[in-house]
Ligand binder design. Sequence first.
Ligand SMILES: Nc1ncnc2c1ncn2[C@@H]1O[C@H](COP(=O)(O)OP(=O)(O)OP(=O)(O)O)[C@@H](O)[C@H]1O
Ligand SMILES: O=P(O)(O)OC[C@H]1O[C@H](OP(=O)(O)OP(=O)(O)O)[C@H](O)[C@@H]1O
Length: 218
Amino acid sequence: MKPLRIALTKGRLEESTVNLFEQIGIDCSAVRNKGRKLILPVGDGLEVVLAKAADVITYVEHGVCDLGVVGKDTIMEKGGSFYEILDLGFGKCRFALAGPVGSDFFSGYSARTIASKYPHVAHSYFESKAMDIRVIKIEGSVELAPLLGLSDAIVDIVETGTTLKENGLAVIETISDVSARLIVNAASMKLRKTEIEALTDRMERSVKLSSVKEERVC
Ligand SMILES: Nc1ncnc2c1ncn2[C@@H]1O[C@H](COP(=O)(O)OP(=O)(O)OP(=O)(O)O)[C@@H](O)[C@H]1O
Ligand SMILES: O=P(O)(O)OC[C@H]1O[C@H](OP(=O)(O)OP(=O)(O)O)[C@H](O)[C@@H]1O
């Protein structure tokens, strides 16, 4: 039987995903000592693929990976055809509209300009408010755009709020919560149902346990 292949988002979500796998008893030493390797066999008949967030969705959609771990932000921006089956409870942050401290974004009638790494999310948010806006796509350090006078505000991820604060910006409105999600290819969900359910049940139990521990600490 070929291994179940799971695409993990490299970077911020990687450590927490590997921790979750280890909590459910999967040997991830190959990932821990990966060097520059991108496809890594781990325990329990699983194979890990390390990819950029948007590519995780592409690989799962096309069925070359059975499962994927990706942020809700990427899912909201890119969309696609797959099952989103579990909120993994880590990679927590939020989407927010933010602008210069003291600016009154919603006053006046002129069309506003928004800078964002997430143009689709920005468009949908303002569409729901029936507001006419122009969105300029920025690839990173989006906070620069209003500081440089390119936009009135930004739609971006906020975690601790430090980047906004240190650049004289503040949240105007929270758009939605974001966290890491487990996604599954539609055909794999049918063809490898038993294996996928066995794995996701273990992951779900571990996620629930972690959230109980988190509540106790709080
Ligand atoms: N403070 C944060 N900033 C950005 N993403 C965060 C943050 N906290 C959690 N995340 C989650 O981590 C995921 C991966 O973020 P990461 O910055 O590693 O990759 P990325 O957004 O593709 O950036 P890059 O293009 O720099 O690799 C995001 O898609 C999001 O779901
Ligand atoms: O609220 P905070 O804890 O400060 O985190 C939010 C910042 O982190 C992310 O940027 P990232 O570090 O991924 O760099 P990027 O802007 O180049 O994408 C995000 O785009 C914000 O800039």
